[in-house]
Design a protein around this ligand. Structure first.
Ligand code: HEM
Length: 399
């Protein structure tokens, strides 16, 4: 089996499950060469991904959780500052504590009504046309609106910011020269304006709260705020969109499962949503860097080695999920790793669940006979998995 988890081509039709299956079976801790890098360890089994994600004492999120080290340009822009995503405890804990409360299950639950309104608004905008691009017209609208609302920004700005995150998540091979740096610059420029605005007119939104909050007895510096802003916009955007679009595709591909779900949508949706998270795994991987020598299975990991956890593979591991290669919307238990695990476990998971439920409920109850009119084109990314475009047709459901 040819293993290549770097080239975006390997991800051109979704997760490379043939490679994952081979790796789990034959080389669960696999050394992957890299043409323009040091190479990295691939973890493909559930147990190894689970344990490594929880072991921040050995496996660091610094300097980055991406396969490639940060481009020199971004260091110049941000100096010694880092994003919380790229910090280890105890520093990470201090930063996460600043906003943890806003993202807990209870406040996420309180957003249900507003998120349901947004879902209705999104479907209203397309329902009479009988056709749309499900990715940009439906799935992508939801997370960009929600993060804009949370930050106290106009919804249209959320849409523009979201386009920038798309550039940042495209594999370097598939981007134009300087495109990512330009997107990063625009994002930081926008965040600088938010600082100005919210300092002058603080409100009840997350951006104002972040600016007022203190870490180690001091307020955040501007670059620290800008990086927080980037993380929040970045982390919740195309992840949620990809789950919605690839989840919808999975439902269309499994009509018997969809029919089962529709028999009792309200009760069956929570389990179905978790199975779609397992099945689609919108985040392909997260990287860690070993701080000391460590053994995983029979492989000796050396301090400084890159170790990459493949969630899409862990989530299809038979040792954890019986009949792992079958979509089973009723699956319980379902301890998937789509949101990662350990200190960095997805901060937005409760909000993501509210968004997914609201959007799927709205689509499934209002759009009948939904089907692809062209094969979906997949994102050119080895980091984020989901369709880039997915033209669909549907009939408004008569209720
Ligand atoms: C289906 C949707 C989503 C998926 C699959 C997803 C996945 C993930 C994963 C795998 C991580 C772990 C990173 C690591 O271990 O290094 C993570 C972290 C994070 N996610 Fe999500 N995410 C989703 C939605 C969201 C949303 C909607 C938000 C915000 C509104 C969000 C905010 C964050 C933040 C801030 C972190 C960093 C946490 C930290 O470093 O402590 N995510 N997410």
């Amino acid at each position: 089996m040819r293993i290549d988890l770097v080239s975006p081509d390997s991800f051109a039709a979704g997760h490379p499950h043939d490679q994952y299956d081979w790796l789990r079976e034959n080389a669960p801790v696999y050394w992957h060469e890299e043409a323009d890098g040091t190479g990295f360890w691939v973890l493909s089994r559930y147990a190894d991904v689970y344990e490594t994600g929880r072991n921040h004492q050995v496996f660091s999120s610094e300097p980055t959780v991406m396969m490639q080290d940060p481009p020199p340009g971004s260091e110049q822009m941000m100096g010694e500052y880092q994003m919380m995503l790229n910090m280890d405890p105890p520093k990470h804990t201090a930063f996460r504590t600043l906003i943890r409360g806003e993202f807990a299950r209870e406040p996420a639950g309180r957003m249900q009504t507003r998120i349901a309104q947004l879902a209705a608004q999104i479907v209203d905008a397309v329902i009479d046309h009988g056709a749309c691009d499900f990715v940009s017209d439906v799935a992508g609208e939801m997370p960009s609106f929600v993060i804009a609302e949370m930050m106290g920004l106009p919804l249209d700005d959320g849409r523009e910011l979201y386009k920038l995150t798309e550039v940042l998540h495209t594999s370097p091979e598939a981007r134009r020269e300087g495109e990512a740096e330009a997107a990063l610059g625009q994002m930081f420029g926008y965040a600088a304006k938010v600082i100005e605005q919210k300092r002058a007119h603080p409100d009840d939104d997350l951006a104002s709260k972040l600016l007022a909050a203190e870490v180690d007895g001091r307020k955040l510096t501007d670059p620290e705020f800008q990086l927080f802003f980037l993380l929040l916009v970045d982390a919740g955007g195309d992840t949620t969109r990809n789950l919605l679009a690839s989840g919808m595709l999975a439902l269309m591909d499994h009509p018997e499962q969809l029919a089962w779900l529709m028999e009792d949508l309200d009760h069956r949706l929570p389990a179905a949503r978790e199975e779609l998270l397992r099945w689609c795994s919108p985040v392909t991987y997260m990287r860690r860097t070993a701080k000391s020598d460590f053994k995983i299975g029979d492989k000796a990991i050396k301090a400084g080695d890159k170790v990459i956890m493949y969630y899409g593979s862990a989530n299809r591991d038979e040792a954890q999920f019986p009949q792992a290669d079958r979509l089973n919307l009723a699956r319980t238990p379902n301890d998937h790793l789509a949101f990662g695990g350990g200190a960095h476990v997805c901060l937005g998971q409760h909000i993501a669940r509210v968004e997914i439920d609201a959007m799927l409920r709205e689509v499934l109850t209002r759009m009948d006979k939904i089907q692809c009119t062209e094969p979906p084109a997949w994102l050119e990314s080895n980091f984020i998995s989901g369709p880039k475009t997915m033209p669909v047709s549907f009939a408004p459901r008569i209720t």
